[in-house]
Design a protein around this ligand. Sequence first.
Ligand SMILES: [Zn+2]
Length: 325
Amino acid sequence: MKKSENKVLLKYIQEVVQVQSQIGKWDNGPKENNNLTEILIYEYATSLEKITKGKITSQFVVDKLTKQLGTLRYGDFQKGIDDNITYDNYSVTSITYKQNCRINSKFGAHTIDYLDDNQEKSAIVLFDNKQTYLNDQAKTIYLSGINLDDLFDIRLTIFHEFTHIMEQVTIKTSNLTKQDIVYYHGNSIYINTKLSPSLTIEEYKKYIDNVEELLTSNATITYSGITTVEINNNTNKRIMHNQISEGATEYIAKLVMQELNYDTKKDCRYAKAVNIIKSIFASKGISESVTTYLTSPKDIIVYLESIDVEGKDLLHYISEQIINK
Ligand SMILES: [Zn+2]
């Protein structure tokens, strides 16, 4: 990328950020005191272009990211504006959301799918760890979050969340085979695509039964990185295998940080999953693997599902290792 192209791209990002912040959809940065958002998008996009040796262009990253990102908040969601965003059927501005995500699950940040004017969008929030929450007994409870005074923390966190958006890859069913969508092993059926987490077991099974039909239709299917869902016929339970995707997401965020000359060795979020992904990516070449992960993650799923380890396929063997750490 030439210097003049850099300037054009930055100007383009500035304009998009300005429009989004003027209509109240995106924050400019923590405390609104700088133009951090445009810098972060620029850094992320140009770094991914370098990591993938130009196979994924900065312009592609900026367009995909800015089109999909409906809401961006530093600190917390805004009551009155973000009420329509829901997670587990609760508004993100409700006390229940705070209780579930910031007290029980201790999230530092969160990327959530939601409908904005009937369009599927993603919301990203980076929680401020200096926030406290007063409960009924007026007892102070500290909420989870990241350090919004620390640009390292902000960068690594937001690049991880940006990658959660970039890893959503939509493919026409006419370009897929049954094996790309479902994988049968023992008493389990694995669905390789992204489905709403609120579906019932019966709805998942119906989806599996209709896969052949889906392939002959004109539909599209979205993958969420290499996340799969396991439906176990014996237990009739659903298991979400997303930790291996978290490892890939974190690893890509770290590669972006390294591209920007940050030392990420000390940070060990998702350490086990990151190390496993690192060796899988290295075996096929980092640049090649990052490109495949962000443009056709199904290829990685199908590849890992084809390798047998102790009677399990490699993808779910690894996933269980991480879950049972
Ligand atoms: Zn994540």
